[in-house]
Design a protein around this ligand. Structure first.
Ligand SMILES: Cc1ncc(COP(=O)(O)O)c(C=O)c1O
Length: 431
């Protein structure tokens, strides 16, 4: 089960490195998440491959570790592709590229370098057709992202709607573009669709489209995206319901569904793109209480963190927190019955948690658990730059990302004149 092993003394020791607010990454947890997910799926399905969703948290130390374990990369932009190839050192053939919007030059680069792009829209297929015309002697392969109705009413704006008409249009595209083969379908539905029930219909949607499109052949892959529940603190799990599926439940359900449909055909490669399930429980955000005050009968704990650190992609859940007290003996129910945790920004609404029960004092640390996904990558440098990330590696404290400075934040601001063909407003008037 999930455990937060940090003690007050350990947090104090990390604070001595510079600041009392920081992220802490548990590399062992990350490794075991990957190994458990991989084991669960490979027990059921030999030809499967996990590709880590970089957008969830592209800290290079995370990506390096996952790569070393055999995990591929799933990226959604040229920036993430550059991180995957140039920083983490991925071979493009181990990179899946999704995303709704890409420039023509990037698409050309992906095709030429051999990354697997899943076309998300017709304009991407048009670009691919043009690029194929430019390189008639080369043979390319792509996937297509589909969108369709799934159980529990989840809707996705991404991909091409998987209707008969659109599958026919894809076949027509394929006939015209002879040197690029559509080899598989992809879908991903986010947050609210992590149940087994949803996954059943997610997979069925891909299988039905594959049967219709590939007919007697089998696709080379089926890509079911991400969106799995992983191990999480009980207080959070309870908010999602009873008996949440674990990796083994997902693997059995998904793989049996696929195997049933391919009894007489070669099984396609099964691709998975988890983000949250691999990293969320492997990182916490730690901040310190600077003051506890009363305003109009409300108890307010001011911390050196903000919603920008912790509150992305949540859908109204109470965040799982743990309080590590400076003086555990002094904590008593008489201090306060419940309190709000408020941020270090000047935004009135920047309240991290409301109505937390128990007592709180200045000097206590608040540890926000389950903060590995969509936290530091979405943190704006609003008022305060992003905090450092630390981890323990080989029993040694390491800085995964140093605390940002004003210089980091201003590095891309300039005041350089640029020569353009467009005339200035004054010249326009004179003409
Ligand atoms: C295409 C795609 N794959 C995978 C993921 C990862 O999802 P999760 O973090 O829920 O596993 C996302 C997240 O938005 C996504 O858009």
């Amino acid at each position: 089960m999930y455990q937060n092993n940090l003690s007050y003394v350990q947090l104090q020791a990390i604070e001595k490195q510079g600041a009392s607010a920081f992220y802490f990454l548990d590399m062992e947890k990350l490794k075991s998440n990957y190994q458990q997910l991989h084991q669960a799926f490979s027990n059921e399905y030999e030809n499967c491959q996990i590709a880590y969703s970089f957008k969830t948290n592209y800290a290079p130390m995370i990506c390096d570790l996952l790569k070393s374990l055999g995990c591929w990369a799933e990226v959604v932009s040229a920036m993430e592709y550059d991180i995957a190839t140039q920083v983490v050192g991925y071979d493009p053939q181990q990179i899946i590229v999704n995303g709704p919007l890409h420039e023509a030059e990037f698409i050309e680069r992906l095709l030429l370098e051999g990354a697997l792009i899943n076309a998300d829209a017709w304009y991407i297929l048009d670009e691919i057709a043009k690029i194929c015309g430019k390189y008639p002697k080369q043979q390319f392969q792509i996937g297509v992202r589909l969108s369709y109705n799934i159980k529990e009413g989840v809707f996705s704006r991404f991909g091409i709607n998987s209707t008969q008409q659109n599958l026919q249009r894809l076949s027509d595209w394929q006939t015209i573009v002879g040197n690029c083969e559509i080899i598989g379908f992809h879908s991903h539905f986010s947050n609210s669709s992590r149940s087994l029930n949803c996954f059943d219909s997610r997979v069925s949607g891909l299988l039905i489209a594959s049967e219709c499109y590939f007919e007697k052949k089998a696709p080379q892959f089926i890509n079911i995206g991400g969106g799995f529940f992983g191990d999480m603190p009980t207080s959070l799990a309870n908010q999602y319901g009873k008996n949440l599926p674990n990796f083994i439940d997902y693997a059995k359900q998904i793989c049996n569904n696929i195997k049933k449909r391919f009894v007489t055909k070669k099984l396609p490669k099964l691709l998975l793109e988890p983000g949250t399930a691999l990293v969320a429980n492997a990182m916490v955000f730690v901040c310190k209480v600077y003051e506890v005050k009363q305003i109009e009968g409300k108890t307010i704990a001011l911390v050196n963190g903000s919603n920008h650190n912790v509150n992305h992609k949540w859908q109204g859940e109470s965040l799982p927190i743990e309080i590590l007290r400076q003086n555990p003996d002094q904590a008593s129910n008489s201090d306060s019955a419940c309190f709000d945790i408020v941020a270090n920004t000047c935004i009135e609404k920047d309240v991290l948690c409301t109505d937390v029960s128990g007592s709180i004092r200045a000097g206590d640390y608040i540890v926000f658990q389950y903060m590995g996904g969509y936290s530091n990558v979405l943190k704006q440098p609003f008022i305060h730059p992003c905090q450092a990330i630390y981890a323990i590696q080989n029993e040694q404290l390491v800085v995964v990302k140093r605390q940002e400075t004003a210089t980091d934040i201003l590095a891309s601001y300039t005041c350089k004149e640029i020569a353009t063909e467009a005339s200035s407003p004054n010249e326009k008037t004179n003409n």
